[in-house]
Design a protein around this ligand. Sequence first.
Ligand SMILES: [Fe+2]
Length: 352
Amino acid sequence: MAPSIVAENSIVVSAGEQDQSLTDRNTFATRVAGKGADPEKKALLSAVTKRIDYSPKIGTELHGIQLSQLTEDQAEELAALIAERGVVFFRDQDDLDNSEQVKLGKRWGPLHIHPLVPHNQDNPEVIVLDSRLSPPTRFNTNDSWHSDVSFEPAPASFSILKFEEIPESGGDTIWSDARTLYDELSPAVQAFLEGLTATHSSDIFKVLTQSTGRKTFGKLNDSVHPVVRTNPVTGHKSIYTNPVFTREINGVTASESKWILDYLNNLVVQKLQYQVRFRWEKNSVAIWDNRSTYHTGIPDFSPFLRRGVRVTVSGEKPYFDKENSTTQAQGWEVKAKAIIAKQEAAGAAKEA
Ligand SMILES: [Fe+2]
């Protein structure tokens, strides 16, 4: 058996022979977690002691929940809430150890085994984001916007990330809303993009294997996905290209492909109203829906160190359903009007 290089903290840095048998590392989800959950999410939200919506459309922090102790109903409702809010944050999840994190991910679908990022020795589904192993640079995707493993045939639905060690300051993560990105394009451009596909590649990891000599866990995949994608839980449309993994738009010239991708990528980076920023504390957890959001870490914390663990849930084959999709903008309008009507009714009752 080829020797694995095992770091002090039990992280497999380089694959041994046993890891080459991990052929089943990307499996399609056979059901849509969160679809069919109680729309009011009574089981989950009745246990919440405090809810903080970071912005109207993306990002919610929940207090009063221990992720290691969710009931079946609560786990389903949480999946639906994450799909709706894009990303949900939790503090003080001390009880969510690696095996509990794996258990939570498996409730929502098959778990992805990353082809290159170092993983926990006992749980290949747990990848370890340790600044000692991968110092933050733009080439390990830590400061580049992306949707997790979009190069896979079954890219990530949800990612569950916990930081066990955080820097003295810095190292925040930002998410950007791919639904708002779609919604704010003009109808003509929306219609144009809806007819396109893009090739997503693991080129960045191919470069890393060549430069570091690190072995991969199975094949480094390339995949073709629609440029506009339907979220199977909410039905909302979003743009599904990203700066790190999307190599090209298909069926157009190379310069047209670059023009389209540059335009979309720049909006992800520049539009602050699409974004939400999270400041980690030790044992904070963020869970996000990769089908509808992008994210990037901020590599500003050197020489401090940090160590996080991530479990990635594989989703369905990305699809665009023109007939049955809606938009987040439409959903938000209905919701906002209901909130305003409730506020006005409460105000009128107070005056009376
Ligand atoms: Fe990521």
